[in-house]
Design a protein around this ligand. Structure first.
Ligand code: SF4
Ligand code: SF4
Length: 454
């Protein structure tokens, strides 16, 4: 039988859909899934019986004919925006702001943060929040967990857990390392739990009247929001609700603006709304490969020493850029912390195999499924092969420019973060913080139907 050149998408996927009538068997999706993500080469369909997918959408991003694309949620969002009985809340991820301009003819890396807020308000949003707030919360919790594991001989290395494609990959292909994953939820799912608890309380809005919509560079988030382990507001209120109602990608938001005749690049700038308005620029750099580790190190330093890093030391240049596995050794209080950043899943797979073989040692490992990080997520504007590297670099530079120009570069210095701990969560890793902001993982190797291939 002739070998198929396309990847298989599970029929029940909440992230992706496939239309075989549009497929020209170009092989781009199979290539990225096999070589960059490694999923297509890690299982045997005869054993698994069902396609295995981590929902990252890199196939959709590569597909020239839209045979594979994200499962659209923007049409539901369009409908819900007309419902005046609901409070419509949007949260926008950091990587969206430096890429959406490409859909309107602007250069990659152009920061359209303020225009996105205006555009969403014109569409009918009641509140527009910045997910860098959720990223700051993630770091408050994750840096505390890292310090605790280091000081109390916990399980190391600790792996980051904010990329849902990576989490699913570990659950299916490397369940033996699940105790190494940070228990922290992702910024989006943390922010959503906070919107449906804290925000609902301070604004005195019945949680059932809130429609919570996330704009993300990522197709995997569409599946992640359905994980029962990340949905915490229902437990808090003892009500049948979901934390995040919809996730739309950067591409979907651009479609929404275009269909509603909103010329994004021509809009004036507006500020995000309070009380989840302000994120630090450490939260913004989450969008880049290396950004999560860098943000966590800035706050871990504070937790371990009681002091902030000096301006000259705040940038961890060795874990920035497009390298495959980037490393840093950071000395804090005479403790040497060995950090690795895996830029994309194939590099993570190689590093995990070495770690399991005890060929290398690290204390802290960042893994992002997409090469370059979320700025190159599966829901971002498509780029041609020719422009791929320059676009990635421009988006990455756009994110680091926001950081270098910001005065608030540390998550733990964010006044709104201090406020939410003072008024609601108490302190990082408190009982309530743990209930709302942390999660659990499940060994899903049974999906393979009998061992992985590689
Ligand atoms: S990238 Fe699209 S057109 Fe090409 S093989 Fe895959 S599904 Fe078919
Ligand atoms: S790296 Fe970012 S965009 Fe890519 S799958 Fe992970 S969270 Fe989504």
């Amino acid at each position: 039988m002739e070998e198929r050149l396309d990847v298989l998408i599970p029929e029940d996927s909440n992230s992706l859909v496939k239309d075989m009538d549009k497929c020209i068997q170009c092989g781009y999706c199979k290539n990225v899934c096999t070589n960059d993500i490694t999923v297509a080469r890690m299982y045997d369909i005869d054993k698994s019986r069902k396609p295995i997918c981590v929902n990252c959408g890199q196939c959709a991003n590569m597909c020239p004919t839209e045979a594979i694309r994200e499962k659209f949620d923007y049409l539901n969002v369009k409908k819900v925006l007309k419902n005046k009985n609901k409070k419509i809340v949007f949260s926008v991820a950091p990587a969206v702001r430096v890429a959406i301009g490409e859909e309107f003819g602007l250069n990659p890396g152009t920061n359209l943060e303020g225009k996105i807020v205006t555009g969403l308000k014109e569409l009918g949003a009641d509140y527009v929040f910045d997910i860098t707030f959720g990223a700051d919360l993630t770091i408050m919790e994750e840096a505390m967990e890292l310090v605790d594991r280091i000081n109390n001989k916990g399980i190391l290395p600790m792996f980051t857990s904010c990329c849902p494609a990576w989490v699913r990959y570990a659950e299916i292909f490397y369940p033996e390392i699940l105790p190494n994953l940070s228990s922290c939820k992702s910024p989006i799912t943390m922010q959503s739990s906070i919107i449906k608890t804290y925000f609902s309380k301070v604004e005195n809005i019945d949680v059932k009247d809130i429609v919570n919509i996330v704009v993300a560079p990522c197709t995997a988030k569409k599946e992640e929001i359905r994980r029962k382990e990340v949905n915490k507001a229902s437990k808090y209120w003892d009500k049948d609700i979901i934390d995040t109602d919809y996730v739309i990608t950067t591409r979907e938001l651009a479609m929404l603006f275009k269909e509603e005749n909103i010329q994004l690049d021509k809009l004036k700038n507006s500020k995000f709304d309070s009380p989840l308005e302000r994120g630090s620029s450490a939260g913004v750099i989450f969008g880049n490969s290396g950004g999560v580790a860098e943000a966590a190190l800035r706050t871990a330093y504070f937790y371990m020493t009681g002091n902030n890093l000096k301006d000259d030391d705040i940038e961890f240049n060795s874990i920035r850029g497009m390298g495959s596995v980037k490393e840093a050794i950071v000395n804090i209080n005479d403790k040497e912390i060995k950090v690795a950043v895996c830029n994309g899943m194939s590099n993570a797979k190689e590093l995990i195999d070495k770690l399991l073989n005890k060929d290398v040692y690290y204390d802290f490992v960042e893994v992002m499924n997409c090469n370059g990080g979320c700025i190159c997520g599966g829901g971002q504007p498509k780029v041609t092969m020719l422009n791929k590297m320059t676009t990635k670099k421009a988006r990455m530079d756009g994110v680091y420019d926001i950081d270098s120009e910001d005065k608030l570069r540390l998550c733990h210095e964010n006044p709104e973060i201090k406020d939410i701990y003072d008024k609601f969560l108490d302190k990082p890793n408190s009982e309530l913080a743990h209930m709302l902001l942390h999660t659990e993982y499940e060994n899903k190797s049974y999906l393979l139907g009998g061992g992985k291939n590689d």
